[in-house]
Design a protein around this ligand. Structure first.
Ligand code: ADP
Length: 304
């Protein structure tokens, strides 16, 4: 009899020969030209490439914010071409978390209410939303900052709130667009360590656009793009760090003071950031970060 191992888990996202062409003033702009890739549960991927190579377009597609012009894109087992806009919004809310360079938190809303927001669209009662948001903030080391507003927090703290907001819905995939781009290097390292810890311990797949070679080198898998195609995909066969995948809320990342180990040693003197007043919260009614436009906000000054 053939040996039976654990049943392989289906891919978190599968793109097969995906193209995306924009029509601009009667001109066709081929932003993606036949991209095939699979994001496995628990993956840790850095997406790199020069400006204009198609990274943002690909992230929009992987996040269910846009559909391919041609090819097959399956997110969480669902072919996006067969879904209506509301179904896409639900799929995003259930499957994908987003983190941005500029945080995009509601600046005058408390950390706990920022984090609780995506749960509104799950039909979860207010009290439970707050409890889950508070627990998630504890997991990112901000259990002591529940009622601070983003404009009272450092850049590193704001990004941790944004990470908590992205993960409070227990998504399968976290898409991060230059998550350390607005942070000084020590704070950026701490945020990256937190993302890595969440990836390793909870099994959420992490797909991160970065221009920073050192950041990219830390990922288990590097996908390089140029002119709308994937030119290399290294480490794709590597096993994900997490072999069992408990929900994010199933166990704490740390004990003691509620701060993850990686953050206990992080510098406390993070610079105050003036940002945190992004164009809107990312996991709004549509379950996605796009507000009315259906587009991810471009990063001010970002190179993507
Ligand atoms: P990157 O994120 O790597 O900088 P993008 O995905 O933003 O690359 O862009 C890929 C190509 O598609 C570029 O040539 C860009 O000018 C074009 N492009 C991106 N968005 C649009 C759009 N909304 N309309 C027309 N062209 C676009």
């Amino acid at each position: 009899m053939a040996p039976t191992g654990p049943t392989p888990r289906p891919p978190a996202i599968e793109a097969v020969d995906v193209s995306r062409t924009y029509e601009l003033d009667g001109v066709s702009v081929p932003a993606l030209r036949g991209v095939s890739l699979t994001v496995q549960p628990g993956d840790y991927v850095a997406l790199v490439g020069p400006s204009g190579s198609g990274k943002s377009t690909l992230m929009h597609l992987l996040g269910g914010l846009d559909r391919p012009t041609a090819g097959r894109l399956v997110i969480g087992g669902r072919n996006v071409n067969s879904l209506s806009a509301p179904e896409m919004a639900t799929l995003r809310n259930e499957t994908i978390g987003f983190v941005f360079q500029a945080f995009h938190l509601l600046p005058r809303t408390s950390a706990v209410d920022n984090v609780a927001l995506p749960l509104v669209y799950r039909g979860i009662g207010a009290r439970q939303r707050r409890e889950r948001a508070a627990a998630m903030l504890g997991r990112v080391g901000l259990g002591h900052r529940l009622h601070h507003r983003p404009n009272q927090m450092s850049g590193g703290e704001q990004q941790r709130v944004a990470i908590a907001r992205a993960l409070v819905t227990d998504p399968t995939v976290l898409l991060a667009d230059e998550p350390t781009g607005n942070l000084d290097s020590a704070t950026g390292q701490a945020v990256l360590a937190l993302l890595e810890q969440l990836n390793a311990e909870s099994g959420v797949a992490l797909v991160m656009v970065t221009h920073d070679r050192e950041v990219a080198a830390r990922a288990r898998r590097q996908i390089a793009m140029r002119d709308g195609v994937v030119v290399s995909d290294q480490g794709a066969e590597a096993r994900p760090a997490a072999t069992t995948v408990p929900g994010l809320h199933d166990r704490p990342l740390s004990d003691g003071d509620g701060r993850p180990e990686t953050l206990r040693t992080a510098p406390s003197a993070e610079p105050r950031s003036a940002s945190g007043s992004g164009p809107g919260h990312p996991s709004g009614g549509s379950g996605g970060p796009t507000g009315a436009t259906g587009r991810l906000p471009r990063q001010a000054g970002g190179a993507s």
